[in-house]
Design a protein around this ligand. Structure first.
Ligand SMILES: C[S@@+](CC[C@H](N)C(=O)[O-])C[C@H]1O[C@@H](n2cnc3c(N)ncnc32)[C@H](O)[C@@H]1O
Length: 565
């Protein structure tokens, strides 16, 4: 397979593996919960490469859907690559802010993205997918990177999002961007993505029930709906053509009866007023004559004012078969409007937020009600908003993991989430006005976990952070802090081991901490498995270790990845 080469690639190729593990420090004051926990909705403030590494022990292989919206690399974003790659020369080159004059800006962007995409793939479950927003600046390079990391067979689709009117076209007016979707393992995805709980569909259904009950004449009913439709149309995707209502419900007359691409059925359909045959579609009708008879009986065919107009099919919103199309039409300005409603006091807003309806649409197809959703370029927190709104609409329990590097992780990202959870008094949407409900825990990146600091006795990592790191590194399995029993030195059970960590942040106690016979006898693992014990030293010979089924690893050196495999 051809692969993309760019300056710096050899240096960043395996960079994700050597990123130091950092502690995650809960910030209670910025959280919206009494007890901050990594098992809550999570917002992390910090560089996403480090933050992802720190989240990996808890969430490796657990995430169902990732949505990211990285810098598009337009040359105007003022981003700078700041990963701590080991080569000083490369550091010097990469570290400069990227602008239009920078002829290597595409190389830098690839250097930034490659390790992040590799790391993100680790989070996906076998049924998981990633969506990446991008535009013409980098879409082709992004596809090459994703082909390399995910495998070209795992491309699900490249969605075109038609989102703006180009008021200043040059040769061709560009009115779309892209969302590229790859699967971890495409053969593990369902054959079709079904979406029975389309939020807008539910909203329309509630409205039609209310209007039909209130208005008895057809003209009153249509007038009332037309008024509502005019005010809300721009929020109705994919129902923006559903302009009509009758006693059967809200419907569109835009669906054609022609047979696209191949020869269709030929027969006459008589216009009810002029009694003459209607002009048939060029290639004939899409349905056989009997089906058309049935549709006419059920009043599902819409006639023009005379027989010269093509007939159309009436499709009710309730019969809409949801599918995720490869072309999505939604005005991008909705994102900024949404933020204005959420932050009415502010005049300077986050630039180019995505509309939450857009992200929600992707999530509706690609997640189940209890899925984990991740966004490591969180910006204004649109993904969290979409997750909470979708949960509210379908009674789901999805969770989000967000990472944002800038200081506005608290003032914009988390603040938006606080507001949508607690309610936005000025919002038009009833659910949002009342508040979407939920909690979240805010974390910042702590210090890097250096095993040498244990040797030097300075800046000792805290027990839980070290346990998280050791457990995941040694077993390759998820660490769950809730299962730790610190007084028994127990940190978790893996497929093959009950794992123990004899360690304390108190240097004087640490100096005297050793696995001796008394402690070894007391170690109790709930799994009844071979015991994997990390400790500074041991006073036990191999005979006792075998008898007590203990595999010993000395801190800080003997940490082997995936011992179990
Ligand atoms: C295009 S914006 C995302 C907008 C978001 N989808 C929304 O709707 O608001 C990209 C975001 O990624 C953040 N970002 C860029 N590089 C990052 C990094 N290395 N670590 C963490 N965040 C980063 C930027 O600060 C910015 O907020």
């Amino acid at each position: 397979m051809p692969s993309l080469h760019f300056k710096g690639k050899t240096f960043v190729q395996h960079h994700h593996l050597v990123v130091p593990y950092h502690e995650l420090t809960p910030v209670k004051a910025k959280s919206l919960t009494d007890k901050a926990s990594l098992h809550d909705n999570v917002i992390v403030h910090g560089d996403n490469l480090k933050a992802l590494k720190a989240l990996l022990p808890t969430y490796s292989g657990k995430v169902k859907c990732i949505y990211i919206d990285p810098p598009y690399n337009t040359g105007n974003e003022g981003w700078a690559y700041n990963d701590n790659v080991s080569s000083p020369m490369l550091q010097e080159w990469l570290g400069k802010t990227v602008d239009r004059e920078d002829l290597t800006r595409h190389d830098k962007w690839c250097c930034m993205m490659l390790p992040r995409l590799r790391m993100l793939r680790e989070f996906l479950s076998d049924e998981g997918v990633i969506f990446v927003s991008i535009d013409d600046n980098e879409v082709h390079r992004l596809r090459c990177l994703l082909d390399e990391i995910f495998g070209e067979d795992n491309l699900v689709a490249e969605i075109a999002w038609r989102n703006v009117t180009d008021n200043n076209p040059t040769l061709i007016s560009v009115e779309h961007e892209y969302v590229v979707c790859y699967a971890k393992k495409k053969d593990r995805l369902p054959k079709t993505w079904k979406n029975p709980n389309l939020g807008v569909k539910l909203r329309l259904h509630a409205l039609e029930t209310e209007l039909i009950a209130k208005h008895h004449s057809q003209s009153d009913l249509q007038d009332a709906y037309t008024k509502w439709f005019r005010e809300n149309r721009f929020q109705l995707w994919p129902f923006e053509d559903y302009k009509f209502i009758d006693k059967g419900g809200i419907y569109t007359g835009m669906r054609s009866v022609h047979n696209p691409g191949k020869e269709g059925y030929r027969y006459d359909v008589i216009h009810p007023d002029t009694r003459k045959p209607c002009t048939p579609p060029l290639m004939g009708y899409r349905f056989p004559k009997e089906t058309m008879g049935d549709l006419l009986d059920k009043k599902r065919i819409i006639f023009g004012e005379d027989e010269t107009k093509l007939i159309e099919l009436k499709v009710y919103a309730k019969d809409y078969e949801a599918k995720l199309p490869s072309v999505i039409e939604l005005d991008t300005r909705l994102g900024a409007n949404e933020l204005r409603t959420l932050f009415p006091e502010s005049t300077r807003h986050f630039q180019y937020p995505k509309p939450s309806a857009f992200v929600r649409e992707l999530l509706q197809f690609a997640t189940d009600k209890d899925s984990l959703v991740m966004d490591s370029f969180a910006g204004s927190g649109t993904t969290a908003h979409a997750v909470l709104a979708l949960n509210k609409a379908d009674g789901g329990n999805r969770r989000f993991l967000l990472v944002e590097g800038e200081d506005y992780a608290d003032t914009i990202t988390a603040e938006r989430v606080r507001r949508v959870i607690q309610g936005v008094p000025t919002a038009k949407d009833e659910a949002l006005r009342a508040g979407l409900g939920g909690t979240f825990s805010f974390f910042k990146l702590g210090k890097p976990l250096s095993l040498h600091s244990i040797l030097e006795g300075q800046d000792l990592p805290d027990y839980e952070s070290l346990a998280r790191y050791l457990f995941f590194t040694a077993t390759g399995e998820e660490f769950d802090a809730r299962k730790m029993k610190r007084k028994d030195w127990f940190i978790g059970t893996s497929r093959l081991y009950d794992v123990f960590l004899l360690y304390t942040e108190d240097l004087e106690k640490l100096k005297n901490l050793a696995l001796n016979l008394e402690l070894a006898n007391a170690l109790r693992g709930p799994g009844g498995k071979q015991k994997l014990v990390f400790a500074p030293t041991k006073y036990l010979d191999d005979h006792f270790m075998d008898r007590l089924r203990i595999t010993f690893h000395q801190l800080p050196f003997q940490i082997y990845k995936a011992l179990d495999k």
